[in-house]
Write a protein that binds this ligand. Sequence first.
Ligand code: NAG
Ligand code: NAG
Ligand code: NAG
Ligand code: NAG
Ligand code: NAG
Ligand code: NAG
Ligand code: NAG
Ligand code: NAG
Ligand code: NAG
Length: 397
Amino acid sequence: MITSIFALVLNLSVVQLATAKIHHLFVGNLGLPASIYALEFDDQELTLVNKRNITADSSHAWIAFDHSMKNVYGASLSAKRISSYSVHPNSTLRLDASLNATGACFNQTSAFVLPSSHPPYFAYTGSWAGPNGCGMAISTHPNGTLSNVTQSWKYVNTSAIHGLAFGPEEKLLYSADLSADKIWTHAIGEDGLVSLVDRYDLPKAGMHPRHLAAHPNGKYLYVLMEHENTLVEYEVDKRTGAPVKELQTFSLLPEGLVHNFSREVDTSDPTTPGKNSSGYWSAEVMLSHRNSLLWASARANTDTDYVGYISCFGLRSDGKIRELLFMEPTTTTGGIANQVSPAPFSDEWMALSDFPRGYVEIWPVMNLREWEGVTARPVAKVEIGDGGCCANTIWYD
Ligand SMILES: *[C@@H]1O[C@H](CO)[C@@H](O)[C@H](O)[C@H]1NC(C)=O
Ligand SMILES: *[C@@H]1O[C@H](CO)[C@@H](O)[C@H](O)[C@H]1NC(C)=O
Ligand SMILES: *[C@@H]1O[C@H](CO)[C@@H](O)[C@H](O)[C@H]1NC(C)=O
Ligand SMILES: *[C@@H]1O[C@H](CO)[C@@H](O)[C@H](O)[C@H]1NC(C)=O
Ligand SMILES: *[C@@H]1O[C@H](CO)[C@@H](O)[C@H](O)[C@H]1NC(C)=O
Ligand SMILES: *[C@@H]1O[C@H](CO)[C@@H](O)[C@H](O)[C@H]1NC(C)=O
Ligand SMILES: *[C@@H]1O[C@H](CO)[C@@H](O)[C@H](O)[C@H]1NC(C)=O
Ligand SMILES: *[C@@H]1O[C@H](CO)[C@@H](O)[C@H](O)[C@H]1NC(C)=O
Ligand SMILES: *[C@@H]1O[C@H](CO)[C@@H](O)[C@H](O)[C@H]1NC(C)=O
């Protein structure tokens, strides 16, 4: 008995020691000025501060760490190139390379970059905002700096690719083709190059698949439909990994009441945005660190005074969506971002960014251990009112 109490106390103090620390994050700007900010989050004091303003190669709609965390890659909606920075002490970034979009992607911009964590450590991008959507496979130097656009490919001429995701062991690349309402599956070879496996046409035009995530068990693919404001779970083909069938669809908006900034609005009035979802466009879907939670976000249009919503789903160990754990309103519309970034080291933290309001918030997940009354709300916030902040946030540690 005494031993077990001692063990418990020891465990608790280990947990506390392990969590009492400063976390470093970077957030990019969607608009001008072309900046990246280095943030520090203290998980005891619950403070989030901007420690450094970094001049970027261009505004980055999406930034991502490479597998070694020694480099950051940036996709851009204003520049027709992909940028490669190295990470230096004290949260500084140095621009090492800037690769022009070439081949099928000549003269195209991009909203996403996905670095691989498997050799040969290529990075993949898709072009946004279309038409004539394309993809690129980019090789890297041994030190992680982007090297060469080794391959480019076309989708169809109506395509515009918003999000990309890897399948199990990074042997598959899924592309969310928002404008053509398709989900594309490519196989990734040992050499990092891709080849087309399948094209899945969504049942209706205008669903607008924006971002997607695949469970590492290889059974389920989750696709966020921007226009429908839904999250759809797909069964994937055992052999090819391509989506074959819609299994479950979840609304990312509440039923009954929606939150105006200053009051709750009854959605029995057919003109409230919550009733017909015309005032909303959903944004993001992301798996948590241990793949037990699936986050999704819905944004209210920037010109409304309604707020966005963050949904969090509990997954079975095989990846099937078990239930919606909670849906929480955000404090603003979410505008053009409402980008959720689950921490890469724990299921219990998430960073949320908003453009054009210009802030990043940290949301801890509460009651996760008990699986009863699981919820989240913001506990720390940094405002970055430069007019261009904030696109996505990435956690360094
Ligand atoms: C990595 O190597 C490339 C090619 O030699 C070089 O251009 C780049 O500056 C290097 N990056 C770093 C972070 O040293
Ligand atoms: C780290 O950066 C901050 C802000 O620019 C600066 O005040 C500080 O001196 C730097 N520390 C080191 C060790 O370079
Ligand atoms: C990249 O594109 C820019 C603008 O089109 C051009 O000025 C530059 O020479 C190109 N760089 C390379 C390495 O091709
Ligand atoms: C590049 O695309 C723009 C539209 O974004 C177009 O106006 C321009 O003509 C294109 N340039 C080339 C060289 O194709
Ligand atoms: C760069 O990629 C192109 C294909 O886009 C290829 O022809 C060329 O050999 C590559 N260069 C290097 C140095 O790998
Ligand atoms: C796509 O191609 C078809 C036929 O080849 C053509 O009719 C259509 O205008 C093209 N659409 C775009 C967006 O280029
Ligand atoms: C939100 O509520 C405020 C205060 O009641 C009201 O003035 C405004 O019209 C409402 N906005 C919408 C879109 O219903
Ligand atoms: C949907 O809601 C918008 C207001 O957000 C309203 O303008 C529009 O008429 C509604 N559409 C329908 C079919 O009720
Ligand atoms: C960094 O940029 C933000 C947003 O423009 C500004 O509020 C802040 O003062 C800047 N900080 C430094 C150290 O330049």
